[in-house]
Design a protein around this ligand. Structure first.
Ligand code: C2E
Ligand code: CA
Ligand code: CA
Ligand code: CA
Length: 279
């Protein structure tokens, strides 16, 4: 028993060491990723449930390292956040996505709103609002064509500062969306203060809609509440026709999910936009 216990302990230590070694490796590699052109952005379609039209795109970061290979954002984004690297990386994504939106508009497609994720560390910069304004001006995108996605976590740490930054962004005409809605612990109290345009219903509530009556109750209540607050609703992670039908029936405005498309490279997105599937 003692032996096994010690082995268990050693195993644990090895695993921890391996994990922190990888963590360090990722921090070092991420510093070089931007210059090394290892980062790219993919775009996931956002569809209207009213008429099935394409209304927007969410920009999602991808990283392929020459030796480590594909690294999931679920792994490297938290590391980028804790190391502060998310500030330059997030700034890069924002400019890239804004530039892409300008290119698509110039190509004469239907008007789209480009959604970009912002993390807490970016949000803590007091001049975020001015920084975003500069990028829009330099690249020539109308503020109403940009939507910034914020999680409750990003705003929870310094709520008053967050509200000021959000008001600054909003005053410029930039759209704001609350991401992963319902997964935080203070959702309700923040909703009113944050004054966002859009609420993204987290995929954890959407996933079991067909099986779980509680999830159905939560989703319908969230849609109803958002309507009364004059917010647009979008459901994330929609994969099945059953989920789509439920959301449509209960008045959800938009969906994003594999049922229409996974995130796409710019050229694949263009092909999608030319002929959005009729579901
Ligand atoms: P998120 O912002 O909640 O983005 C949605 C995630 O759900 C994406 O994962 C997307 O590929 C995935 N997804 C979309 N539709 C479906 C579906 O139907 N089923 C399932 N199972 N998944 C679906 P991804 O691209 O791996 O990104 C994971 C997270 O990493 C994002 O979650 C976001 O929190 C973060 N992230 C990605 N790019 C950025 C970025 O540029 N900046 C920041 N701050 N965070 C980012
Ligand atoms: Ca998001
Ligand atoms: Ca989300
Ligand atoms: Ca998420």
């Amino acid at each position: 028993v003692k032996e096994a216990g010690r082995n268990g302990c050693e195993f644990f230590t090895h695993e921890m060491q391996a994990r922190s070694a990888r963590h360090l490796r990722i921090v070092t590699a991420l510093r070089q990723a931007i210059e090394g052109q290892q980062l790219s952005v993919v775009y996931q379609p956002q569809m209207s449930l009213k008429d099935g039209s394409l209304v927007g795109a969410e920009a999602l970061l991808r990283w392929t390292h020459p030796e480590l290979g594909f690294i999931s954002p679920a792994e490297f984004i938290p590391i980028a956040e804790s190391s502060g690297l998310i500030v330059p990386v997030g700034g890069w994504v924002l400019r890239k996505a804004v530039r892409q939106a300008v290119a698509w508009r110039a190509a004469g497609g239907a008007p789209l709103r480009m959604a970009v994720n912002l993390s807490a560390a970016q949000f803590r910069h007091a001049d975020l609002s001015a920084m975003v304004g500069h990028i829009l001006q330099e690249e020539g995108l109308h503020p109403g064509e940009l939507e910034l996605e914020l999680t409750e976590g990003a705003v929870a740490q310094k709520p008053q500062q967050a509200i000021d930054v959000m008001n600054g962004l909003r005053a410029q005409g930039i759209h704001l969306a609350i991401d992963d809605f319902g997964t935080g612990y203070s959702s309700m109290s923040y909703l009113k203060k944050f004054n966002a345009h859009k609420l993204k219903i987290d995929q954890s509530f959407v996933r079991d809609i067909s099986r779980d009556a509680d999830d159905r109750a939560i989703v319908t209540a969230v849609i109803e509440m958002a309507k009364r607050l004059n917010m647009t609703t979008i459901a994330e992670g929609v994969e099945t026709a059953e989920q789509l039908a439920f959301l449509q029936k209960h008045g959800c405005d938009q969906i994003q999910g594999y049922i229409y498309s996974k995130p796409l490279t710019p050229s694949d997105f263009e092909a999608f936009a030319r002929q959005p599937p009729q579901l």
